[in-house]
Design a protein around this ligand. Sequence first.
Ligand SMILES: C[S@@+](CC[C@H](N)C(=O)[O-])C[C@H]1O[C@@H](n2cnc3c(N)ncnc32)[C@H](O)[C@@H]1O
Length: 337
Amino acid sequence: MSPPESEWFKVQTIPNAGRGVLASKRIPAGTLILNSQPAAAHVIFRQYRKEVCAFCFAYDRGRTLAVRENEVGKVFCSVECQAQWVLDQGDVGVAAWRELQRYVMLKRKFVLDFAGLAPVGAKPGLDVIRATWRDAEARRRAAMEGKGGKRGPKANANQSVDPDILGLFLSGLLYHAKYPDKWRDEVLCLAMDEEPYKSLTDLEAHSNAFAQLASILPAELSTSLNDNVCQVLTQAGSHNAFGIRSGSEDGEEYMGYSLYPAASYFNHSCSPNIVKKRVGREWEFSSARDIEVGEECCITYLGGDEKDLTVDERRTRLSDVWGFKCMCTRCSTEASR
Ligand SMILES: C[S@@+](CC[C@H](N)C(=O)[O-])C[C@H]1O[C@@H](n2cnc3c(N)ncnc32)[C@H](O)[C@@H]1O
């Protein structure tokens, strides 16, 4: 397993913050030090499905985009993006998105907007998480082997359907099937949150989505689907997701999120020295000022709000959203005053 390599930095253990990115030589201001490459998995939330280009994530102030592919439930900003998307997904991928879209349409009265719901009940612990996924995997195996389980839209009848989780899982599964080496060397290398579910409902939504996907995927893909792939996507997403927003940095609309393994080693700082910029479906990371050898290269996870917040406010927000206590130099200095 391998973190990204670069002429500008190396990934190393940082006290109190896991691994981080350290400058291996002096980085002049304005230097591009990393391009994220395309995401290993992503989701455009269902409410934005007609407004965000499925290939380059372009958004035109809420307008429905011109090129629509209803069979797969996607829109594109141009025929070029549509063609690129088809190429990128391959025949199996396009067939899988078609099945998924058909399933969501058939089950539309069971579609719930979980994103808009407040978490219900306590955050599930490891034992409950393991038991729930074990059960979902057993149901999948039974269905595959024809032992009482069903395949197709009649399987998992009356279960709620969450198209956002289904979409995230399918995009990650396609990446897993297409790039097994990158999955092993990059995705499995990420920091994982072993308890990523906000509530029991959230856990069930994820395990149900896995079972539903397993019941509808084309045979070429369903054989490589297992609960581990979906669990990894959720565990890694919790610690490493990048928001897909309408602006290039942190605009107003939160339209989805994605997982970029190579870009997931930047820790947060409340006085960041790296700026990130979304360029289409990739991110670029550049030095905001001169950075000396051995200095940690950090982005902000607070989208610029860190400038106006107190140390307590910053730490509370990072703890609520990301689940960690900020140990950056600015917070450590201000907290010790
Ligand atoms: C995107 S990952 C960054 C890379 C991560 N440190 C690793 O080892 O893979 C985000 C996680 O890093 C840790 N982290 C990032 N910034 C931090 C900070 N300022 N203080 C403490 N922990 C931090 C938190 O555990 C957070 O959930």
